[in-house]
Design a protein around this ligand. Structure first.
Ligand code: SAH
Ligand code: SF4
Length: 363
């Protein structure tokens, strides 16, 4: 976004009130607009209780920060993915909406790209472009909600980027999602690759969000290879920070583990993982994510039977485990597949360019 531009979902309630007061509007107007955008979750254009001239003026003063470049659907329309050009520099990011019968979950990106370089992750393979602002994160949720008949009740910070490497914007977005949209803290999950200082900061915050820690290996030798950040914050330190988070009362915790065939899915590795995590049970559990193959990583996904056996072995070792079903794999919308450098839109028969006149040339 251009320096100094306040976007629609970047503006605070106070900034909105100041803007409207400066235009000579009565004080209730700001509450009305805020209520419409956040509590009612409606697009500005649909706030018909605000007169059209004022809506137009607001739209110009507080522009949206994301322009849709492409949208695609999978799972019979239950999964939607957007590719956006973020304002100003046009950095590209993705958002995934997963609809269920009575609710919806939005997976947000916190950075364009990611600097952490996890070898199996498409975003990591693409490298780092820039941090997103809090307004750009909140807007992803707003725009997904506008497209969803179901109420968005869960947010997962599992899109592109490492949330705790962009701490301030991530936390400001969490607060707005909670205070503005009214999404409860336990339904907001922040996933981290193990940025220990960020995990410690998170433990001291006022909202007990759910923390997900991406492990992927039961020992440092293997984790060093898969997750380069492990060389800076090894497993013992990551687990100690996770323990601190758990100890900060009421916090919840889960561990993520991408199942990579022949790399981290052996029974002995399940046993080693169970030994390391047993102390957390039952307050924490492991989510096994079958690897989504990416172009830059040679190993295959673990076969389903091997994933099930790994889960069972963890349970026998005293650690709760579930296998996560991957939504949207055929449109590259699943965990770790988000990358704007390739696979734009995936399956062409189900994806359609969004024509908004803001398409970036050459991408
Ligand atoms: N940077 C954060 C959050 C985004 S990634 C993190 O790493 O935790 C969300 C989850 O998807 C992480 O657990 C990540 O390790 C996992 N993931 C990344 N690439 C994947 C892939 N190719 N297959 C399956 N899971 C993957
Ligand atoms: Fe970044 Fe997470 Fe991908 Fe690692 S897995 S490269 S931290 S987005």
């Amino acid at each position: 976004m251009n320096e100094g531009t306040v976007t629609r979902y970047g503006a605070s309630a106070g900034e909105l009130a100041d803007l409207l007061a400066g235009w000579g509007e009565p004080a209730y107007r700001a509450r009305q607009v805020w209520d419409g955008l956040y509590r009612q979750r409606r697009p500005l254009e649909e706030l018909t209780d605000v007169g059209l001239p004022l809506r137009s003026r607001l739209g110009e003063a507080l522009p949206l920060g994301l322009a849709p470049l492409h949208a695609s659907t999978a799972d019979d329309g239950e999964t939607l993915k957007w590719l956006w050009a973020a304002g100003g520099d046009g950095a590209s990011v993705e958002t995934v909406l997963m609809r269920y019968p009575n609710r919806a979950t939005v997976c947000v990106s916190t950075q364009a790209g990611c600097a952490m370089g996890c070898t199996f992750c498409a975003t990591g393979q693409a490298g780092f472009e820039r941090h997103l602002s809090a307004g750009e994160v909140v807007e992803q949720v707003a725009r997904a909600q506008h497209a969803s008949p179901q109420r968005v009740g869960n947010i997962v910070f599992m899109g592109m980027g490492e949330p705790l490497a962009n701490y301030d914007a991530t936390w400001a977005a969490v607060e707005r999602l909670h205070d503005g949209f009214g999404i409860s803290a336990r339904h907001i999950t922040v996933s981290t690759v193990g940025v220990v200082p960020g995990m410690r900061r998170l433990a001291a915050e006022r909202l007990p969000v759910t923390l997900a820690v991406s492990l992927h290996a039961p020992d440092d030798a293997l984790r060093d290879e898969l997750v380069p950040l492990n060389r800076r914050y090894p497993l013992a330190e990551v687990l100690a920070a996770a323990r601190e988070y758990l100890a900060a009362s009421g916090r919840r915790l889960s561990f993520e583990y991408a199942m990579i065939g022949g790399v981290n899915d052996a029974p002995a590795q399940a046993d080693a993982l169970a030994r390391r995590l047993r102390g957390f049970s039952p307050a924490a559990h492991v989510n096994l994510i079958p690897l989504n193959p990416t172009p830059g990583f040679g190993a295959p996904a673990s076969p389903p039977r091997r994933v099930a056996a790994f889960a069972e072995r963890l349970r026998q070792g005293g650690v709760g485990a579930t296998v996560r079903r991957n939504r949207g794999t055929e449109i590259d919308a699943a965990c770790g597949q988000l990358s704007t450098r390739h696979g734009l839109g995936g399956n062409s028969s189900r994806s359609a360019p969004v024509t908004m006149g803001q398409r970036r040339g050459g991408s």
